[in-house]
Design a protein around this ligand. Structure first.
Ligand code: IMP
Length: 429
């Protein structure tokens, strides 16, 4: 049975929530495999809008959901989000939500250090979400992280907290920020334990069983390839690998289980936070895209920077992310623009580049090379078939396919779930 992994192919906020929700209706289980509550997925279902950060989008469809070991879990954020969606009428309990027992926990020390470091960076800040994602992943590779399973062992917790506090209080002191006391943190974790542990299990084992039972798995990526800690615009990236290969290590299944890789890209480009963005528009068109596309961060509320579609960037994401098909979203936002530009490469210090090089200086200096296309006057909003689209909009999509070297397998033309043109069912074998 085919599985599907969905990943962002730009800098995040490509409209993954809608696509994942749409695919979740065809899946049996939805798995998050990296990131944490820095993600923000908006799902519009009928007259309800769900804003999810940590919970897999499949919950909205009543599907079994798994938070994999590759996710960093803030227990307070998890419980708060569960309460919030319960308030919207969703039923969330251990019967539909499972959390990998080997997932790393985000503790209050993590956002404290995240924010203090950003503050200290001044105008060199990364623009993180301030949610402690980076420090939590640092703890994981430094082998000092407190994980979900540790909540069941008070002695382990106590010993690990000593190491955590030695590390964090030293840094926080140096940055002139309030330190944390052990008693308070330990009591907090002991109080959280009975609320979190009912969700905990060896998620890899459940996924293995489901797989052997022929169930369809949807792996839900967060952030996007250009925010990948290896392949993105480092250091202006998040702290996890966001490429599809992570679906395997981040949930405890072999690479063969990942299946079809669907990359999501907007028909233009946006980015939140700092860092290079060659096709960024500082003019009226950029403003227009931001307003019309309602480009505000779900998590931070920050306005997103907007620009033309960068085919060189998405092509790179297609290659390193293993993308086999593209879901192109928000095409309707381009309706009515007389002229459209697509970036096909860059000029950097007098030289042509087909992709964004790794050096930060070169990335910052990249000047886009554009191909100009005629826009369309008709409406693509709400189209559900190719025949509903203006001819020039179809040309735009076809040109994108050629340039990024991947077929468009899904086209989304409004926030509504059913306003989607499906070229190929990603779950088809
Ligand atoms: P962090 O993940 O909070 O460490 O933030 C690192 C960078 O990733 C910042 O530029 C954030 O704005 C960006 N980022 C993190 N999560 C998302 C997301 O879900 N969408 C878009 N950008 C994100």
């Amino acid at each position: 049975m085919a599985n599907v992994a969905v990943i962002g192919a730009q800098w995040g906020d490509e409209g993954k929530g809608k696509v994942v929700d749409w695919l979740a209706s065809r899946a049996d289980v939805v798995v998050r495999f990296q990131g944490g509550h820095n993600a923000g997925h908006t799902l519009v279902v009928g007259n309800q809008t769900y804003k999810l950060s940590l919970l897999p989008s499949g919950l909205v469809r009543g599907k079994l959901c798994v938070i994999g070991n590759g996710v960093v879990v803030d227990p307070d954020a998890l419980l708060a989000e569960i309460e919030r969606v319960r308030g919207q009428g969703l039923s969330v309990g251990p019967d539909v939500l499972r959390v990998a027992e080997n997932a790393v926990l985000i503790l209050p020390v993590h956002p404290a250090l995240d924010k203090a470091r950003e503050e200290a960076r001044g105008d060199k800040k990364i623009g993180t979400t301030g949610r402690g994602i980076g420090p939590a992943y640092e703890d994981k590779v430094a082998r000092r992280a407190i994980r979900v399973a540790d909540l069941a062992e008070p002695e382990t917790l106590s010993a690990k907290l000593d190491e955590t506090l030695l590390h964090y209080n030293t840094l926080l002191r140096g940055l002139g920020v309030a330190e944390f006391g052990k008693e308070e943190l330990l009591n907090k974790l002991l109080a959280l334990a009975p609320k979190i542990l009912p969700y905990a299990e060896p998620a890899w084992e459940r996924l293995d069983e489901l797989r052997r039972g022929g169930k369809r798995i949807l792996f839900e990526g967060a952030q996007a390839v250009m925010l990948d800690v290896d392949h993105g615009t480092y250091p202006f990236v998040t702290s996890s690998n966001t490429v599809a290969a992570t679906a395997s290590a981040g949930s405890g299944v072999g690479p063969g289980a990942v299946g079809f890789v669907l990359g999501i890209a907007k028909a233009y480009t946006t980015r939140v936070g700092s860092g290079p963005f060659p096709t960024e528009l500082h003019d009226e068109i950029g403003k227009h895209l931001g307003e019309r596309g309602r480009e505000f961060g779900v998590v931070t509320g920050r306005p997103r920077r907007c620009g033309w579609f960068d085919a060189a960037l998405v092509r790179q994401a297609v290659k390193v992310g293993g993308v086999q098909g593209l879901a192109l979203t928000k095409l309707d936002i381009l309706d009515g623009l007389p002229e459209l530009k697509i970036c096909t490469g860059y000029r950097i210090n007098g030289k042509h580049y087909k992709h964004l090089p790794a050096a930060p200086g070169a990335q910052a200096a990249a000047v886009p090379e554009y191909e100009v296309m005629e826009g369309w006057s008709g409406s693509s909003h709400g189209a559900r078939s190719w025949a509903d689209l203006p001819a020039q909009a179809v040309k735009y999509v076809r040109r994108i396919e050629e340039l990024v070297e991947a077929p468009v397998t899904l086209l989304s033309t409004s926030p509504e779930r059913d306003d989607t043109i499906m070229v190929r069912d990603p779950f088809a074998d």
